[in-house]
Design a protein around this ligand. Structure first.
Ligand code: BG6
Length: 479
């Protein structure tokens, strides 16, 4: 179903995120028939470019970042006709009237701030003073949304001077991933899991986002952030919230965001003994974290594992283990909910330990949901138990319905145009998440603690394994 006609302005429209993610996602939506043919995509940036050289840039980006299977030369040319470049000074007044002239009265206006957070305030002000934004315009902002609680508050204030909360779309691209949305469907469209979804039946939850890549040329940014700020405060936190939240009353954005906020506010502070931070070593021709970030003295972590609790009636006593890192063995992100063992084992003579069932909600690489159950091994030899997965791999389902799994940005961008904030973070959510993360960061910043080195292509530092072993549990393989 096509969305309403729109003019989307991308500030920083020639930058990396725009080229890699935003423009390809818009092209894919055009291909899917969702983009009105006269919707305008307006890149606003400070360099002096004419329309032709901008279109060349878009063409090259699509060539580089689109999957072969979706490339179509004629469609690319049609898409380019929708793309406009406006030269503009974010901190001055040049170019703003040109931008205003490009916008139509009868189209939804959306402004994507694909720029550093220091420009959020100046851009907002100019959108208002040049009478470019309307009361219904959408403002899209990218992470990092602040560096800590104080800076996130300042950004929220800057935006609030100019726009209502209902106009602000804070992107966390993990929320646009198909499996993450499916987690809600699984929990709340079925009766099977919810009665067991509590500390009486759930032994623990593990949330992992493992990456094979290192900091890849983003060393300067990353060294100021580290895994806690880059991944845990936002992406892993959102996964935790959707896993742990109470059933919302409906799917209105605030129904869900209110429930997520309650989870963040119920998170316990994590003592130093329950946090392991690491830095990857070099391997072959690949540099170490210290080399990649260009700071031989860095105390920033490229890996973190921690144990926290959600202190509510539902979850008291069930630990949530979070882990993320770069240069690990594989790229793998998942939420694994491990249930307790049955209260009485009638198979004790053959199987003294019945492992609990595990529900694995996999974000990547192979998106899908698996429920590991014990069954009898086929054959005449009496009862022997074996674990098998009940497997819902989304690729199989998409093949069946001929719908390819869309990239997170495709979904999120269309939600912006539709005016649906469900998959975007509210200001108070972001602040609560920073408040929790800040308390940990302050602990290690004030100590002499250094991250533990770990081998590239491993599962992270040995101590991270200990975090589980000492609770008689183990991490799932990164595979
Ligand atoms: C980004 C982080 O938000 O998410 C990156 O800044 C990280 O450091 C990326 O690599 C991971 O996203 P995905 O979708 O590849 O898991």
């Amino acid at each position: 179903i096509p969305v309403e006609n729109f003019d989307l302005v991308i500030f920083g429209g020639t930058g990396d995120l725009s080229r890699r993610k935003i423009l390809p996602a818009l092209y894919c939506r055009r291909r899917a028939g969702q983009l009105p043919a006269d919707a305008r995509i307006i890149a606003a940036a400070h360099s002096d470019k004419d329309q032709d050289s901008f279109r060349d840039l878009v063409r090259t980006s699509l060539q580089t970042f689109l999957d072969e299977s979706v490339k179509d030369d004629a469609l690319v040319e049609a898409f380019l006709d929708q793309c406009i470049y406006v030269r503009l000074d974010a901190l001055g007044d040049d170019g703003w009237s040109d931008l205003r002239e490009q916008l139509r009265e009868d189209a939804v206006r959306a402004f994507y701030f694909s720029v550093g957070p220091s420009l959020f305030g100046p851009l907002s002000e100019r959108l208002v003073t040049h009478q470019i934004s309307t009361a219904d315009s959408r403002i899209v902002v990218e992470k990092p949304f602040g560096h800590d609680l104080e800076s996130a508050r300042a950004l929220n204030n800057d935006l609030a001077q100019c726009f209502k909360e209902s106009q602000i779309y804070r992107i966390d691209h993990y929320l646009g991933k198909e499996t993450v949305q499916n987690l809600m469907a699984l929990r709340f469209a079925n009766v099977l899991f919810e009665p067991l979804w509590n500390s009486h039946y759930v032994d623990h939850v593990q949330i992992t986002a493992a990456e094979e890549i290192g900091v890849e040329g983003r060393g300067a940014y990353y060294d100021q952030s580290g895994a806690m700020r880059d991944m845990v405060q936002n992406h892993l936190m959102q996964l935790l919230c959707l896993t742990a939240m109470e059933p919302p009353a409906g799917v209105a954005p605030d129904d869900i965001r209110n429930e997520k906020l309650k989870v963040i506010n119920a998170l316990t502070d994590v003592p130093t003994s329950d946090i392991v931070r690491g830095q990857y070593r070099s391997k072959g021709d690949k540099g170490s974290y210290l080399e990649d970030c260009g700071n031989p003295d860095s105390r920033t972590e490229s890996f973190i594992a921690l144990k926290t609790h959600v202190e509510t009636w539902r979850w008291a006593g069930t630990p949530f283990y979070l882990r993320t890192g770069k240069r690990l063995r594989n790229r793998m992100s998942e939420i694994a909910v491990t249930f307790k063992e049955p209260p009485h084992n009638i198979f004790a003579d053959r199987a003294p330990n019945l492992s609990g069932n595990t529900l694995v909600i996999r974000l990547q690489p192979d998106e899908g949901i698996k429920l590991h159950v014990l069954i009898k091994e086929p054959g005449p030899g009496g009862i022997r138990l074996t674990e098998v997965p009940l497997d819902m791999t989304f690729a199989d389902l998409s093949n069946r319905s001929s719908i390819a799994t869309p990239d997170a940005y495709e979904r999120l961008l269309m939600d912006v145009i539709r005016g649906d904030q469900t998959l975007f973070m509210r200001g108070d959510e972001v602040e609560a998440a920073w408040s929790w993360a800040d308390r940990m960061i302050t602990q290690w910043e004030q100590s002499a603690d250094r991250p533990r080195p770990y081998d590239s292509e491993s599962s992270g530092p040995e101590d991270a394994l200990m975090l589980m072993h000492r609770d008689n549990r183990r991490w799932r393989e990164i595979e």
